[in-house]
Each structure stands twice: as structure tokens, then as C-alpha cells.
Design a protein around this ligand. Structure first.
Ligand code: HAM
Length: 430
């Protein structure tokens, strides 16, 4: 029978890779906390309607990419394709903005989109994301971009471009939409089939097309920046001024529209320029979404801004740093199997070391001493503690320092303290 396989586009992360994942997650947590963001955890599954209302009915995500199913109670549920909708739902449901005027949240976890798998594009993928609720100031837009950029630096990613745009408030966008339709309608026949369909459904998305037929006419399309109201323009100018003050290099890209419908005013994307990602080079994106809360609950007026980044893509772009070897200890039994009391003494010593915070390995197969030593060598243990009949009789442990090629006898009662002092010397000299 064939070996069971994972679902295409859904990946296993094996222990040797988990080390890098954890480093990336830890860096996100600490960067966010330095900016005053606090972690939130929301379910991986929400009512389908939440995503339809927030991400938008005519987006690719809602139309083609959601993992939707009906549960035993005949409710339509969807595995979250992104984190913004669920976090906003949680903020509303728990009346968070009633308790504090501004809330800054971050999250990390799996997201699901039924896209065609490719390098950097998966069906189960992971995002790190941050959202700020209750502040309409352009300062917080700039701060969110600054947070994203600081995070990239923490990961050692230096080859990227920040693209920024403003798509204006809802009224601006309605007027711009009309001028886009007026511009593209006479060119309909020359557009790609996909853009022809978008002309009536979502004309802004034509600007995102990479099809050569569309690219031929996109540059002359009306720019959203010309359609901005004076208030939108002033907001955007301040975002850019704050980014300048922060020393963040960016490109204003009037063609940047994003694939989710909830955005208003500032939108941004961070694109990898190292070629590590190929076609899927967006490391992350986000923007302001001042209308989303009202969309979910007509009485809620909560300005919001945030972003999310793809963990798998960050891992492709981040330099692979050598993982520091840890100071590990092994305890071996100096006699062949079925010596129950000796093996019990080995397990008890390992337990004591682990309780004292020392990573300790025991080859519990308890084969020959030689075989145990081979395994310990493969694992790179720094110290090997040997217990045999002689040691048990003397009440000592033989401590072999593998790096220094030293062997000493230590009283059983002192061995944990001895190992800990060696470990702390090794840590501080690293
Ligand atoms: P998004 O642009 O759809 O925005 O996704 C953000 C990032 O998630 C992308 O730039 C990419 O790195 C990663 N990503 C998206 N789809 C995939 C995939 N199929 N495979 C691998 N990585 C992927 C959002 O999701 C918004 N919720 C961001 C946001 C937060 N806006 C405001 N707040």
C-alpha cells in the first residue's frame, strides 16, 4: 500500500526546520512587543459570512480560494484565509474598544487558501500579522510600516522594496472606479479575458494584472492619486512625511491596489528583491481599513490599520544562520541491557539534570556502551556522564568532557551542580 501523503500545498515542518521557524516567531513576538502590540489568538475557522463581508464577495479569495464546509449543525464555516477579519470580529465581540481607546494586536498562525501551489505559494501557509484599532492618524500607518521593516531587519532581510499607495476613502474610490471603467471600457476587446471580467466586477484589480495585453494599457489608466480628496491627500502626505522621518525608503506606486476589498487610504506591500522567491515575491502587505468594523456592525466606527507577512516566504528570503549548538549532556550505562537497577539510576540522574534545566539525552535502547557512545557522538553531546557498577558502588559518576578530552570522577551528590557550572561557563564563553 502507498505511504500516506500530505495534502498538496500543505507542508510538514520537520524538527530541523522548526528551529528556524521558532527563531522567526520569537523575533516577531519581541519586535511587536517593543512597539506595544500584544498577542491575540483567534480560531482557525470562522463563519463563512465573516470573510464574505470583510474580504469582499468579488475578490479571488472569496470567489475561488476558500476552504468552506458545512458542519454538523448545517452552518457554513471557512478555514481562515487571512487573520484580519477574525481579529476584527474578536475585537468587536469582546468590545475591546469600549475598554481601551486604542488596541494594538499581533498574531501568528496558519491560514488557508486553495491556490495553485508554487514556490512560496501554498494552500496552508503561515502569517505573522499586526493590527491597530481605534487610531485614524497617519502616524500609526507609518508606525505599522516601520514595525514591518524593523522585523525584516531583525531577520537579516535587507533586499526588499516598500511600495506605498493611497486608494482613498470609499467616496474617492467610487469616483475613481467610474473613471477606470470609462477608460478601460473602450479598450475591452484588447484586455485579457480575466480583466474583461474584472471590468464590471472589480475594475481596480485590472491594475494588478501581469498579462502583457493589460500591461500595454495600464500605464495610461487614470491614477488614483489624482482622484484623492484633499483629506485623503493630506493623510497620505503625512504618512510619507513620517516615513521620511523614520528613514524608511519607499516607492509610491499608484498601481498598488491589493487583493482584499476592505482597504481605505494607505495600502502597502513589501516585495523581496533578492530573487529568492521568484514570482511570489510579496513578503507582506497591508494597509488601512477604516470601513471594516462598520461593515461587520453598522454602529461600530473603528479606524484600523495593519499588515501581514508570509512566514514561508520570509524563511526563503532570510539568510540561513548557523544554529548555535547547545550544551547537551548524555548519560550512558556502562553495562549491557537488563541491569534494571543501573538503568533506573541512569534515568533518575537524567531526570535530575532535566529538572535543573540541562538538556539531557539517554539512549534508552541501552545497547552496548560502544553503541551508546556512537549515538551520543552523533548527537554532539558536550558532556557524557557514565554510570556503571563501579560508579554505583563508589557513589560517583564519571564525567567525560568530550571537547576538552578530560575525565573526572564526581560525587553523585555534586554532579548536577558540577554539570551546571560547566554549562554556564560554556554559555558565557560562546
Ligand atoms: P495578503 O497580501 O493577502 O494580505 O497576505 C499577506 C502575505 O501573506 C503575502 O504578502 C504573502 O507573503 C503571504 N501569503 C498570502 N497568500 C499566500 C500563499 N498562498 N502562500 C504563501 N504565502 C502567502 C492579508 O492577508 C491581509 N490580511 C494583510 C493585512 C493585515 N491587512 C491589514 N491587516
Amino acid at each position: 500500500m502507498a505511504i500516506p501523503q500530505a495534502v498538496p500545498g500543505m507542508n510538514d515542518v520537520l524538527p530541523r526546520e522548526v528551529v528556524r521557524w521558532r527563531a522567526l516567531e520569537d523575533a516577531f513576538r519581541s519586535t511587536c512587543e517593543r512597539y506595544g502590540y500584544r498577542e491575540v489568538r483567534t480560531p482557525v475557522c470562522e463563519y463563512t459570512e465573516l470573510f464574505q463581508r470583510s474580504i469582499g464577495e468579488v475578490t479571488d479569495i472569496v470567489q475561488k480560494e476558500m476552504y468552506t464546509f458545512t458542519d454538523a449543525g448545517e452552518r457554513s464555516l471557512t478555514l481562515r484565509p487571512e487573520g484580519t477579519a477574525g481579529a476584527a470580529r474578536a475585537a468587536l465581540e469582546h468590545a475591546v474598544l469600549g475598554a481601551e481607546p486604542v488596541a494594538r494586536w499581533f498574531y501568528l498562525g496558519p491560514m488557508f487558501r486553495a491556490e495553485k501551489p508554487a514556490r512560496g505559494r501554498f494552500r496552508e501557509f503561515h502569517q505573522v500579522g499586526a493590527e491597530c484599532y481605534g487610531d485614524d492618524s497617519p502616524a500609526v500607518d507609518a508606525e505599522a510600516i516601520d514595525l514591518a521593516v524593523s522585523y525584516l531587519h531583525a531577520l537579516g532581510i535587507s533586499r526588499y522594496t516598500v511600495r506605498v499607495n493611497s486608494i482613498g476613502s470609499a467616496a474617492t474610490r467610487a469616483a475613481w472606479r467610474e473613471s477606470l471603467v470609462a477608460y478601460f471600457a473602450p479598450l475591452r476587446e484588447t484586455l485579457s479575458p480575466e480583466s474583461q471580467a474584472r471590468l464590471t466586477r472589480n475594475p481596480m484589480r485590472i491594475l494588478d494584472s501581469k498579462d502583457p495585453r493589460d500591461l500595454a494599457v495600464i500605464p495610461q489608466a487614470p491614477s488614483v492619486l489624482d482622484a484623492l480628496s484633499p483629506e485623503d491627500r493630506a493623510h497620505f502626505d503625512k504618512v510619507l512625511a513620517f516615513l521620511d522621518a523614520l528613514g524608511t525608503t519607499y516607492t509610491v506606486d499608484p498601481g498598488l491596489v491589493r487583493g482584499l476589498d476592505y482597504y481605505t487610504r494607505t495600502v502597502f506591500e513589501i516585495v523581496d528583491t533578492s530573487d529568492a522567491l521568484g514570482a511570489q515575491n510579496a513578503l507582506g502587505g497591508g494597509g488601512r481599513y477604516d470601513g471594516l468594523f462598520t461593515e461587520l456592525s453598522p454602529d461600530a466606527h473603528v479606524p484600523a490599520v495593519g499588515f501581514a507577512m508570509g512566514v514561508e516566504r520570509l524563511l526563503l528570503a532570510a539568510p540561513v544562520r548557523p544554529v548555535p549548538t547547545r550544551f547537551a549532556v548524555a548519560v550512558v550505562a556502562a553495562a549491557r541491557s537488563d541491569e534494571t537497577s543501573l538503568h533506573a539510576a541512569v534515568l533518575a540522574l537524567a531526570h535530575e539534570l532535566r529538572t535543573a534545566g540541562v538538556e539531557t539525552y539517554v539512549d534508552t535502547r541501552f545497547k552496548s556502551m560502544k553503541s551508546q557512545m556512537r549515538r551520543v557522538d552523533d548527537l554532539g553531546a558536550r558532556l557524557v556522564l557514565v554510570l556503571g557498577g563501579n560508579e554505583l558502588a563508589r557513589g560517583t559518576v564519571t564525567v567525560r568532557d568530550m571537547a576538552a578530552h578530560l575525565q573526572t570522577d564526581v560525587d553523585r551528590g555534586n554532579v548536577v551542580a558540577h554539570v551546571r557550572s560547566l554549562a554556564s561557563t560554556a554559555e558565557s564563553s560562546r
